[in-house]
Design a protein around this ligand. Sequence first.
Ligand SMILES: *Cc1c(COP(=O)(O)O)cnc(C)c1O
Length: 385
Amino acid sequence: MTAKPTGLQPRTLAAQALGWEEAETHAVVTPIHVATTFIRDPDNQYRNGFVYGRPDNQTVRQCEAVLAALEEGPEALLLGSGMSAATAVVMALPAGAHIVAPTVMYWALRNWLMNDAVTYGYTTTFVDTTDLAAVKAAVEPGKTKLVWLETPSNPLWTVSDIAAISDIAHAAGAICAVDSTVATPVFTRPLALGADIVMHAATKYLNGHSDVVAGALVTREVNEFWAKVRRVRSMHGQILGPFEAFLLMRGMRTLHVRVEAQAKAALALAERLKAHAMVADVLYPGLASHPQHALAARQMHGGFGGMMSIRVKAGERAAVSTAARVELWKRATSLGGVESLIEHRASIEGAGSPCPTDLLRLSVGLEAVDDLYADIDRALRAANA
Ligand SMILES: *Cc1c(COP(=O)(O)O)cnc(C)c1O
């Protein structure tokens, strides 16, 4: 990199992927580094810092630097999926550590904490993290090592207070890690609010095109715990592949324009669906009726994200039938892509899910709001006919 202007805004840094150019040709897009091994210096040293492809990769490093800049942290790590990012944080905890996690959270991670993490000696207490007193009561000083948050949280889009809960965690000698997949670094910067680690399912908004599975972690401090997380990634072989890192870096160049448009569309749709005769409720932090709207307005800047859920008045059958009748919305899992998705969550979350059976989760893409509304309005009417 040549000398760069300083104090640039995040969207500027993202658009140019930090302004790297390829040294030989001056290409504005850097090549994908695929090498798995690197030549030693004649005295057997590795002075350029690269030894082998499992611990590190230059394309991955460049993408990590972009994300670290967006989250305002000193370092980031990319892993093979959001789940591998989240589980790497847990596996870096000391043996026997206690974890506090939300009752409403990404179902696969809740499932792993309940059923798998225990076999490695990690125990988890699930609490309503929108209730600060409940979080305080669940944290065991000296024993709790991690307070995990997800905000807004899947699939009810509840909002938790990152600053207040980071303080609670720190007072008990724990770290606070935040799954910020849905907020994205555009709307919330958890590290600036006091969180120690921010996690992303980069599969979702960061990449944004439904064609990469990836996970990311960014730290507030380069410390002993972060070194352990890096070691877990290396020893468990969880680094993201270079092609995926390249695609992710390309996706992140347009992050701001995508998610700002998606949040604007989501708010417009939420307001229109709230008034729909066949909709009992719309769960979206941008609505004044949302129970944590004031907190969301304080903690999220410039938008409330592109995710919402609706509850269909006539119940489960009408909800499933609505999803069956849409033509424009794609009936599919996942979120954060440019195409809008609809999903009946309860049927895939299974037993123990806090998700009501009349709920449909909506991931708002970049289509025209009028087209999206017309399609779901027609499906709701047909399902209720
Ligand atoms: C998708 C998702 C994950 C898991 O990410 P994968 O890349 O599918 O492993 C974790 N948290 C949230 C909020 C998600 O939406």
